[in-house]
Design a protein around this ligand. Structure first.
Ligand SMILES: [Zn+2]
Length: 492
């Protein structure tokens, strides 16, 4: 295994111990691990100036750049230290990046494999990085990724039908025949036999096909395959949107930012079949809202304008061909097909978004300078405490302090240091909260929901709508189902 070694002092050691000494000890320990596990250490990155600022680790950035060449199998480090309490969003970006390159973390205690879900759960890699570095890092990685994608490399997880491989040091894909056979079947059924995605999913499930990340195919995953140009030899790189919903981070691909280039991997489907599939898909677009098995995408969102109660979905019956949205008090308010209300909500969201985006152009970004100032002066004080601490060491060595005085002095400096660190973290969290209230963030959130709404199932749609909408008020006076109705969409 080709590995990169990363050395730095942890926060606890930061102020106590001369840097060189700690790093030397760590290096010996890690080299012992390398020897025991038969690891080939290609390069070592060590942070020597860690005392200068807790929030600056240029070597980590360099290491990450090396990681993103795809030439290494693991990073060898002392521990996954809990330094940066960066946001869930950043944690996710780092996590995804490491997973993308399949890079493990090896410490003297354990090996963490980010591609394994079990490891992912306690994988707190975000702690290795501080927020500011991340921004620089993301920029550089994006550049690196773009270059690789332009050259035809495939960097994401292998899509169904393929396995990851490396050709001339370029990460790419090879056909995985047991799955590729099902991919061909999907396209054949869709294009030549006129089957819908639900039927196709049921059929290949019955034949024992298994998608990578769930146990069964559904119409969404089948549609996803039909639309993926990777099967005609293209490389697709999706830029992702990150949205925090109820404290959980979700990543959504951003279709308009999709980058498609000629890949270097073999196609599974010929271009003509693929193009025909895309045409059929476009025509089906509007019809494929419901297949009877899904739940209500508007569950818990729409309220009756008469009584204020939540409206529910009434499934289609003999008389009504499509599901209706109705008040739970029967006869309280005229009903409307669910899909009409859903379409009206989406249209309303697009309108609100347009207004929001115009506002944003003229708006001033939220002012966080007060936090920046507080953080920067706190960091100064940390530095000065560090130098005070080193002075107490000198005074002890020169015999001007006795041990008790030294310990007392040191403890008080350490206490002060800890409270300043806590203060910095608190200020950073407040700063993030202010930034998150920015209209830009709200707009990005709505954009990302709209981007993948069409390809999501009802449950996911409901989850996404709830993440941005507080309530939709529904009003209607005429009894005919096709009569006009009114909605008012209240955003969260
Ligand atoms: Zn009602």
């Amino acid at each position: 295994m080709d590995v990169l070694m990363y050395l730095r002092k942890s926060r606890a050691e930061e102020l106590h111990d001369p840097t060189e000494e700690t790093l030397r000890r760590h290096r010996e320990q890690l080299l012992a691990v390398a020897k025991r596990m038969d690891l080939h250490v290609i390069t070592t990155f060590e942070e020597v100036k860690s005392g200068e600022s807790l929030y600056s680790r240029p070597q980590m950035l360099a290491l990450l750049e090396a990681v993103s060449t795809g030439n290494y199998d693991a990073v060898l480090a002392m521990d996954v230290d809990r330094l940066g309490r960066s946001s869930m969003m950043e944690q996710g970006i780092i996590f995804d990046t490491l997973r993308r390159y399949g890079v493990k973390i090896i410490t003297p205690d354990k090996t963490i494999d980010p591609t394994k879900d079990s490891d992912a759960e306690d994988f707190e890699i975000e702690s290795l990085f501080a927020r500011r570095e991340l921004r620089t890092y993301k920029k550089r990685v994006r550049r690196g990724i773009n270059k690789s994608v332009d050259e035809g490399s495939y960097l994401a997880n292998a899509p169904y039908g393929y396995k990851k491989t490396v050709v001339n040091r370029q990460p790419t894909l090879e056909v995985y025949e047991p799955e590729a056979a099902f991919v061909r079947m999907i396209f054949d059924m869709y294009v030549n036999q006129g089957q819908g995605t639900t039927n196709i999913a049921n059929y290949i499930n019955a034949l024992g096909a298994h998608p990578a990340r769930s146990d069964k195919f559904g119409r969404t995953s089948v549609a996803y395959i039909i639309k993926n140009p990777v099967y005609i030899g293209k490389t697709v790189w999706n830029k992702q949107h990150y949205v925090i919903e109820n404290g959980v981070r979700h990543s959504y691909p951003t279709p308009e930012k999709k980058k498609i280039t000629e890949g270097i991997h073999p196609p599974i489907i010929d271009e003509e079949t693929f193009e025909r599939a895309q045409e059929i898909m476009k025509k089906q677009w509007h019809k494929k809202y419901y297949d009877g098995t899904v739940q209500n995408p508007l569950a818990g969102i729409v309220r009756c304008g008469n009584c204020g109660g939540l409206m529910m979905r009434h499934p289609s019956g003999r008389k009504t061909k499509v599901p209706f949205l109705m008040c739970q008090k029967s006869g309280c308010i005229p009903t409307t097909p669910v899909e009409n209300v859903e379409a009206a909500i989406l249209a309303n969201l697009r309108e609100q978004l347009a207004v929001l985006d115009t506002d944003i152009e003229n708006a001033v970004p939220p002012d966080v300078s007060v936090f920046d100032k507080a953080i920067s002066s706190a960091q100064h004080e940390l530095k000065s405490l560090a130098s005070q601490l080193s002075k107490t060491h000198d005074l002890l060595e020169q015999g001007l302090y006795d041990v008790d005085t030294f310990l007392e002095r040191r403890n008080s400096i350490n206490e002060r240091t800890e409270s300043i660190k806590a203060f910095i973290i608190d200020q950073q969290e407040r700063r993030s909260a202010v930034l998150a209230s920015d209209r830009r963030v709200i707009s990005a959130k709505i954009h990302s929901v709209l981007d993948i709404y069409e390809v999501s199932d009802a449950a996911k749609r409901n989850e996404m709508l709830r993440s941005i909408i507080d309530t939709v008020w529904y009003n209607k006076t005429e009894r005919k189902s096709s009569s006009p109705f009114n909605i008012r969409v209240i955003l969260r």
